[in-house]
Design a binder for this molecule. Structure first.
Ligand code: SF4
Length: 267
């Protein structure tokens, strides 16, 4: 498949129109252009893998799981891509955080992929040699180079971008992971939804640019009734600050990207 930028733009527009009709969501031109740039540069970097995908959007289901204490029945589901390369078969899962943020939580990602591998290989009887994550987020350096329009900078940043994180595959952690999911199911069924303490909302994960409140809470549907979020916002500037947050309906892009984008438009 030898797509040029114009063809990718046409496919992107077609897909956007479809999603608009199906989901009823519309985004600003700025956010739409950011999304297109992400698709375009993702394709430039990962084209070799994308062209070798042998099974795409493979839907994996582990039915009839039982939670460890109450025996509640639940199913685990996931969607992955499968690539056969010569003698080897790899399973890929796409993740939106930047590589550094993924690497800071590698154990939980590995455990999740091991469960998918267990379903694909152990239960379905397919060949599988390795698992890997692909970070779809464009690195900050590449974003800056795109904004500056420097062809040399873009080439350099693209060459230095390594979005594939091999994880290996082990059956050992599968049972523990399924049990962990089961405990989460039990907490949900029992209505135990404790928010983290307000101090957690000020923290920044390794590799992340934004604190938890900006990155996660800002897009959380229950933030206005969450005591930790309210405490965090009041701590930032009292009740007037909370009123300001009440008018904030979340971000489609990070605040820094939005500011950068608008500064550029002013230039
Ligand atoms: S606002 Fe949502 S994400 Fe943030 S602490 Fe509360 S429940 Fe968790």
């Amino acid at each position: 498949m030898n797509l040029d930028e114009q063809e990718i733009r046409a496919l992107f527009e077609e897909n956007y129109e479809f999603l608009k009709v199906e989901g009823g969501h519309v985004v600003t031109d700025f956010v739409k252009e950011q999304a297109f740039q992400q698709v375009l540069w993702y394709w430039k970097k990962n084209r070799a893998i994308a062209e070798r995908v042998t099974e795409t959007e493979v839907h994996l289901v582990l039915p009839e799981c039982r939670s460890p204490e109450s025996g509640i029945r639940y199913s685990l589901e996931g969607v992955v891509d499968i690539v056969r390369e010569g003698e080897e078969t790899w399973m890929y899962d796409l993740k939106t955080p930047e590589r550094a943020a993924i690497e800071a939580n590698l154990d939980s990602y590995r455990a999740q992929l091991n469960v998918y591998a267990h379903i694909y290989k152990g239960l379905r009887g397919n060949e599988l040699d390795n698992c890997a994550l692909i970070s779809t987020a464009l690195p900050q350096g590449l974003k800056a180079a795109i904004r500056s329009g420097s062809a040399e900078g873009m080439e350099r940043e693209l060459a230095g971008w390594d979005p594939v994180i091999p994880l290996g595959y082990s059956e050992e952690e599968v049972e523990a992971m399924i049990e962990d999911f089961g405990r989460t199911v039990e907490a949900i069924e029992a209505g135990r939804f404790e928010a983290p303490p307000p101090s957690r909302l000020k923290e920044k994960e390794e590799g992340e640019r934004n604190i938890f409140a900006w990155k996660t809470c800002r897009n959380c549907d229950i933030r206005f009734s969450c005591p930790s979020f309210r405490a965090h916002v009041r701590g930032e500037g009292g009740n007037s600050s909370f009123r300001r947050w009440l008018d904030d309906y979340g971000s489609e892009s990070s605040p820094e990207d939005f500011i950068d984008g608008n500064l550029r438009e002013e230039e």
